[in-house]
Design a protein around this ligand. Structure first.
Ligand code: FEO
Length: 403
């Protein structure tokens, strides 16, 4: 039995088998689907788990409750990694009322054909569990339109008060939980990078709604954050809120991501020249990715982290190299603001890549162009090598680093 506070228990599960979250994002160390029980005079289950894990989930619930019934099931988020067990929970606990907002129930009918025993709440509504109460905070688009958060606290201020925020996907991260649940009981090192990768790829498009949610929660003094993925945050509450604040404002460090596609190494050699010039000009944080080798989710994470981005790719089939096209399309969907952008490209017999990258930036990315694009015909020459060096130096200059 995994107890978090006097009244709150962890009943979630680990998924160590799935290779791609949402069929898109690699899970090298799995993922957890977190669910919680709030046990007062009444019992509330907060979110469920993906349906494949219903049996271990039910065992976790029964370990805490024995034969006690569940009075309420709070649905903070309808994405099936959290709502997938709702219909089965309803079969095992037919008296449980399901709590959500209007948009939650629209989706619930579509996904699970559930339409009775529903209790609709609006922003700020409260629900008494006895000595404890739940308050519902609507946080649309963090990360779907129906998303909300739930705050559990003592019903009267005179009681010993521990405030717990059930935050849905917000503040979550990839990575299964290896035994411990609460941050202070584990080494959290792995989770920091994975929180940024999770945020940038799953929630990254919704920076403005995340900022609005943070403002709504600003008056709440939170002791524990119980997200739907990853550790329960207690020791690092301020740190994880700070990470979300920074990422949702698209703030970045003065570093450089160089991302390239290459078929026979000529474009890669240009990337190396640019990196060397940027490093010699004083850029210390440089990360390089071969777009065909590194999964895009890691590249997107790094673009959220660093202000500078230089991309380059060959021409392919008289267009832009496929993997670069996919990456730029994904980046354009994240609505990232305030990045500095340089680019280069190559061709064997038909010049296209450089023009296509420019088009992506003009029409979709809207990053600030830096330096002069470099176009390489077949292989580097002394002239194009010098142009690559100039591009690296130009990026270093606008990043404001000193050599
Ligand atoms: Fe973890 Fe948006 O679902």
């Amino acid at each position: 039995m995994k107890k978090i506070t006097e009244n709150i228990y962890y009943v979630g599960v680990n998924d160590r088998n799935k290779t791609l979250f949402e069929g898109l994002w690699p899970l090298p160390n799995g993922v957890s689907y977190n669910s919680y029980l709030v046990v007062g005079e009444k019992v509330a289950l907060v979110d469920t788990v993906e349906v494949d894990f219903f049996i271990p989930f039910l065992e976790n619930v029964r370990e805490v409750l024995g034969d006690r019934p569940i009075d309420y099931v709070v649905v903070n988020h309808m994405e099936p990694d959290h709502s997938g067990s709702l219909a089965l929970i309803r079969k095992y606990y037919p008296e449980a009322q399901i709590i959500g907002n209007k948009k939650t129930f629209d989706m619930m009918r579509g996904f699970y054909q559930l339409s009775d025993g529903l209790l609709e709440v609006k922003n700020g509504d409260t629900l008494s569990l006895g000595a404890l109460q739940l308050q519902f905070v609507l946080t649309p688009m963090v990360h779907w339109p129906e998303t909300m958060m739930t705050v559990a606290s003592a019903a009267t201020p005179s009681q010993q008060n521990t405030t717990v925020l059930f935050s849905g996907d917000a503040f979550g991260c990839f990575g299964a939980l290896n035994g411990a649940i609460v941050d202070e009981q584990m080494n959290c090192q792995y989770f920091w990078d994975e929180m940024e990768r999770y945020y940038s790829n799953i929630v990254g498009k919704y920076g403005t709604p995340v900022q609005m949610a943070l403002k709504k929660l600003a008056g709440v003094s939170v002791d524990y954050i119980c997200a739907t993925h990853g550790p329960v945050w207690h020791e690092y509450v301020a740190q994880v809120i700070g990470i979300y604040d920074r990422l949702s404002k698209y703030e970045a460090e003065p570093g450089l991501v160089i991302c390239y596609g290459t078929m026979y190494g000529n474009t890669e050699r240009a990337a190396e020249v640019i990196a060397t010039a940027a490093a010699e000009a004083g850029v210390k944080n440089i990360v390089m990715h071969n777009v065909s080798k590194t999964h895009h989710s890691y590249i997107i994470r790094d673009v959220f982290r660093y202000r500078g981005l230089i991309v380059g790719a060959p021409t392919y089939n008289t267009g832009l190299y496929h993997e670069m096209n996919v990456l730029l399309d994904e980046l354009s969907q994240k609505d990232i603001k305030g990045r500095l952008f340089g680019w280069f490209g190559s061709y064997g017999w038909a010049s296209k890549a450089v023009a296509e990258i420019k088009k992506w930036n003009d029409e979709k990315l809207h990053f600030q162009p830096v330096g002069q694009p470099v176009e390489i015909r077949q292989s580097l020459t002394p002239e194009t090598t010098a142009q690559c060096q100039a591009l690296g130096r130009a990026m270093a200059e606008v990043l404001g680093v000193k050599s």
